[in-house]
Design a protein around this ligand. Structure first.
Ligand SMILES: C[S@@+](CC[C@H](N)C(=O)[O-])C[C@H]1O[C@@H](n2cnc3c(N)ncnc32)[C@H](O)[C@@H]1O
Length: 352
């Protein structure tokens, strides 16, 4: 292929790519619309390819507008379109559409409703200001919403519910993957403190799968005040920078990425004080970024997560294996192993 031909192809690709940036917001808007209308739920419950007319009647939608939404989603392979007879086509579920069912076993709906909320989207407008400034003083989330994420959630119950539901929906899938992918991590663990455990979803699944574990759900006082109560789990309110309740092992899921290295080291040193010297350990469920290189689609998801940390938190970031190793060693954890369990998440098991 001549140089000229390569340039023409690259330019054509660039033009398509730029239009994807110009209109990329449409994808999340359509998926949000589909969740709010309950499209995936209705098509799944129908049980066979569902004609547009029946879908429109069931959802009480204007058929021509619904048709345009469905055309978009069929094109994006969220639903399949199949012939029912010579004249009629119907829509069927796919593994992707099942992730949008509101109460589905593998639902990601709450997470999508959360990240598409105006409060979560607003900070992205000041990402460039964030890159220009040198300090770590105020996050784009705070610039846009007047408070940092945790303080905002404390005084805005609707946002807090959206946030907790989103975390809970991800926790169900990630914990299931952890239980299936590396159950041996919980062998011999008699007590487990979930640090930043939120509404307790993760811990309740862990104690159900490993009934010998006594669980402590530890989070900020206003969070545990509304966490689920159960016989095998004690809810404890506090600040992980001050002290962490004693247990055989400390569990962190999507917590340490909210903080910079110095803060993570402070938290992990508090963990060292909370766990036994001999058999204690920490179990961290987080993304492990690929080292600097051209990454695939999965690696790109990790980088999007890293951008999210920059837009939302004060100092948070995603880490490569080298960066995790630094944070762990500085906190007194000298041995560790890593196991990927699900799309972007890995389990890091670390010992003093
Ligand atoms: C991203 S959420 C993760 C929740 C849960 N681990 C999950 O994955 O579903 C981070 C959690 O850290 C908690 N948190 C923030 N600052 C904290 C602190 N100083 N002490 C204890 N928990 C804190 C938040 O309230 C929140 O529940």
């Amino acid at each position: 292929m001549g140089d000229m031909e390569v340039t023409v192809k690259e330019e054509a690709r660039a033009e398509i790519k730029i239009w994807n940036y110009v209109l990329g917001y449409a994808k999340i808007a359509v998926v949000k619309c589909a969740i709010e209308l309950g499209i995936a739920d209705t098509i799944e419950n129908y049980g066979s390819p569902m004609p547009l007319s029946e879908l429109a009647t069931a959802l009480q939608c204007e058929p021509l507008r619904l048709h345009r939404i469905m055309r978009f989603m069929v094109h994006d392979r969220i639903f399949k379109q199949e012939h029912i007879n010579h004249h009629t086509v119907g829509f069927s579920s796919t593994p992707l559409s099942r992730l949008l069912i509101k109460r589905g076993e593998k639902s990601m709906a709450a997470l999508i409703l959360f990240v598409s909320s105006p409060t979560w989207l607003a900070p992205w407008h000041s990402l460039s200001a964030r890159v220009l400034e040198t300090g770590n003083n105020i996050s784009p989330f705070e610039v846009a919403n007047g408070k940092d994420l945790w303080s905002y959630a404390e005084v805005n119950p609707d946002f807090r519910e959206l946030f907790n539901n989103a975390m809970g929906c991800d926790a169900r899938l990630t914990v299931q993957a952890t239980i299936e992918g590396c159950p041996e991590v919980f062998d011999g663990v008699e007590s487990l403190v979930d640090v930043g455990g939120g509404n307790g979803t993760a811990l309740s699944l862990l104690v159900k799968a490993f009934p010998w574990i006594r669980g402590i759900n530890f989070d900020l006082p206003h969070v545990v005040a509304v966490s689920a109560k159960s016989d095998s789990i004690e809810n404890v309110g506090g600040d992980m920078f001050m002290s962490i309740p004693n247990a055989d092992a400390a569990f962190f899921m999507w917590v340490l990425h909210d903080w910079d290295d110095e803060e993570c080291i402070k938290i992990l040193k508090k963990c060292r004080e909370a766990i036994p010297e001999d058999k204690g350990k920490v179990i961290i469920v987080e993304a492990v970024l690929e080292e600097d290189k051209e990454c695939d689609e999965l690696g790109a998801v990790g980088l999007m997560l890293d951008m999210t940390m920059m837009a939302i938190t004060n100092k948070g970031k995603e880490r490569t294996l080298k960066e995790w190793s630094y944070v762990l060693r500085q906190s007194g954890f000298t041995r560790f192993n890593v196991k990927p369990i699900r799309a972007v998440q890995s389990v890091i098991e670390a010992y003093p």
